[in-house]
Design a protein around this ligand. Structure first.
Ligand code: GTP
Ligand code: MG
Length: 328
């Protein structure tokens, strides 16, 4: 079996073939395979990794990992300071996915944004999963209809993804329901570790398919169930923080939107005002770019409240969950 790097005889121009992991000193084929399995597919991903993570992934010492990272850094342009115009250019590439409710879209500045995490939290039945299903269909629409002509990845932690409902929602948008289902890639996450491992899998998939939406439904349920008691809180927050940063990186690399759902729990410390709050507290809140609180109103109405956003005013929008999906 010859490694992928053996390109002798190919008529590719010199210097155009991207460097492979195996090209780094100290990285043999076995190490490269382990790194790829852990989601480090190219030199850029290695260059910005932490020695700790690389050491674990490749089962090597931290010193060796450090050297590999340094070699990777020599070979790629690692982002440091960026000019304002480069940032503007990146912002220009931002895509938006319609929720199919004009009011909801407006609340979000024109739809769910790519290169960002949108966290929706609320009680059971508030419409979080329905929003994920709607977006998994609308992302497939062409841009002139509010989509990105893309596909979706869905990490399902509670076994609540419903293919029949997706096909119903897709049909209402004029999409071919069978094709629409093929364009949504669903994985069931059995525990928090598995959930984290599905992110590198999503990276692999998105290198082959035009994935523009990643749904994590629910972001916090496994973490909440597994890390019990005050003693486990710091660990849980650290793991959640890391998980969310991996999700953000996915959004940046593939110019994809990330939708995370989150439950609410009672906050016994709150005596006045709303006694419920999203799980994961500040870690989740600070990492999410947009934070939306969903609550039930007179059926089929729902109220979305934008709680936290870098550039949009706080506000509310009323939408409905109908047989056809989300509408005004
Ligand atoms: P949890 O996951 O339990 O925390 O809730 P959630 O916020 O994910 O709720 P979900 O998105 O599953 O919303 C459920 C609600 O959506 C139901 O109570 C219904 O009102 C509505 N809904 C779900 N499926 C349909 C459907 O096929 N037709 C219609 N008309 N409404 C639906
Ligand atoms: Mg749900």
């Amino acid at each position: 079996m010859s490694p992928k790097t053996a390109k002798a005889g190919s008529d590719e121009k010199e210097g155009e073939a991207p460097a492979e992991l195996e090209d780094l000193p100290g990285v043999g084929q076995a190490t490269a395979e382990k790194l790829r399995e852990a989601g480090y597919a190219d030199l850029m991903e290695l260059a910005v990794a932490s020695p700790d993570d690389v050491a674990t992934a490749a089962e090597i010492g931290e010193g060796a990992a450090q050297k590999i990272i340094q070699e990777a850094r020599k070979r790629v342009q690692v982002g440091g300071f960026e000019s304002g115009s480069a940032i503007l250019e990146r912002r220009r590439k931002l895509g938006r996915i319609t929720t199919m409710s004009k009011a909801f879209d407006e609340l979000l500045g024109g739809g769910v944004e790519t290169q960002a995490i949108t966290e929706v939290y609320g009680q059971f039945g508030s419409g979080k999963t329905q929003l994920g299903l709607e977006l998994s269909a609308t992302v497939q629409l062409p841009p002139e209809q509010g989509g990105l002509s893309g596909e979706a990845v869905w990490i399902d932690t509670e076994n609540t993804f419903r293919a029949e409902r997706l096909s119903e929602v897709a049909r209402a948008l004029g999409l071919d329901p069978e094709k629409a289902l093929e364009h949504v890639h669903v994985a069931r996450a059995f525990n928090s570790n598995h959930q984290e491992l599905l992110v590198p899998k999503a990276f692999e998939l998105a290198r082959e398919r035009p994935v523009r939406l990643l749904v994590v439904d629910s972001l916090t349920a496994h973490f909440r169930a597994e890390f019990l008691g005050r003693g486990a809180l710091a660990d849980r927050q650290q793991r959640l923080n890391r998980h969310m940063h991996e999700l953000l990186r996915f959004g940046d690399v593939f110019n994809a939107a990330i939708l995370c759902t989150n439950q609410v729990s009672a906050r016994p410390d709150v005596l006045f005002g709303d006694p419920t709050g999203p799980i994961g507290g500040n870690i989740v809140g600070h990492t999410a770019t947009y934070r939306v609180y969903l609550r039930k109103s007179k059926p089929p109405r729902r109220i979305a409240r934008l709680v936290d956003s870098p550039n949009l005013p706080e506000g509310e929008a009323v939408f409905s969950v109908t047989g056809e999906g989300i509408r005004d």
